[in-house]
Design a protein around this ligand. Structure first.
Ligand code: GDP
Ligand code: MG
Length: 182
């Protein structure tokens, strides 16, 4: 088709989860072992062709530190899509991701396309956040199930690695496919 869509996309999540690395991988196909911390936020634009539309994503990569939290609404306000990132090797970052989900549900756009992304899935031996329920998991395993949490909250879920590139393009294309058409 000839649909052309502009969409604001915001990345949220704890510092160090790999937000900037996911964007760098997607936009430039690169990965840095020592990615510099984001100050405030960084902006990128990328145009994607999906089956029925051309989607221009205006990507806001936010810093993630608590001290920048008050700035976050500036970035998610008016956003058509959000990617909430945690690090599968850090349970704390998953708890933080849930806080972002709650904040968006309270204050965000109700039709926002939201992805929950467990990044650093190359670090399987350091995994703290499970994808699926497991009979071997700890008694409070319920909190550890990212996919279930995502389904219950109307998010789509993927695990990624900015390092190996697994699933990185897929998130952005899936968001582009799910955006409402003009
Ligand atoms: P941000 O603070 O969320 O933007 O996180 P960064 O993109 O700055 O990444 C923080 C650190 O994690 C950097 O040292 C990255 O090289 C590393 N990193 C990011 N993504 C991955 C990944 O998928 N796998 C591994 N092993 N390291 C990653
Ligand atoms: Mg960053």
């Amino acid at each position: 088709g000839n649909n052309s869509i502009n969409a604001k996309l915001v990345l949220l999540g704890d510092m160090g989860t790999g937000k900037s690395s996911l964007v760098l991988r997607f936009v430039k196909g690169q990965f840095l072992e020592f990615q510099e911390s984001t100050i405030g936020a960084a902006f990128f634009s990328q145009t994607l062709a999906v089956s029925d539309a051309t989607v221009k994503l205006e990507i806001w990569d936010t810093a993630g530190q608590e001290r920048y939290h008050s700035l976050a609404p500036m970035y998610y306000r008016g956003a058509a899509a959000a990617i909430i990132v945690y690090d599968i090797s850090r349970m704390e970052s998953f708890e933080r991701a849930k806080k972002w989900v709650q904040e968006l549900q309270k204050q965000g756009n109700p039709s926002m396309v939201t992805a929950l992304v467990g990044n650093k899935c190359d670090l399987e031996d350091k995994r703290e956040v499970l994808t699926e329920a497991s009979f071997l998991a700890e008694p409070d395993f319920f909190n550890y199930e990212a996919r279930t949490y995502a389904e219950e909250n109307g998010l789509f879920f993927m695990e990624t690695s900015a390092k190996t590139a697994i699933n990185v393009n897929d998130i952005f294309y899936e968001i582009a496919r799910r955006l409402p058409r003009a």
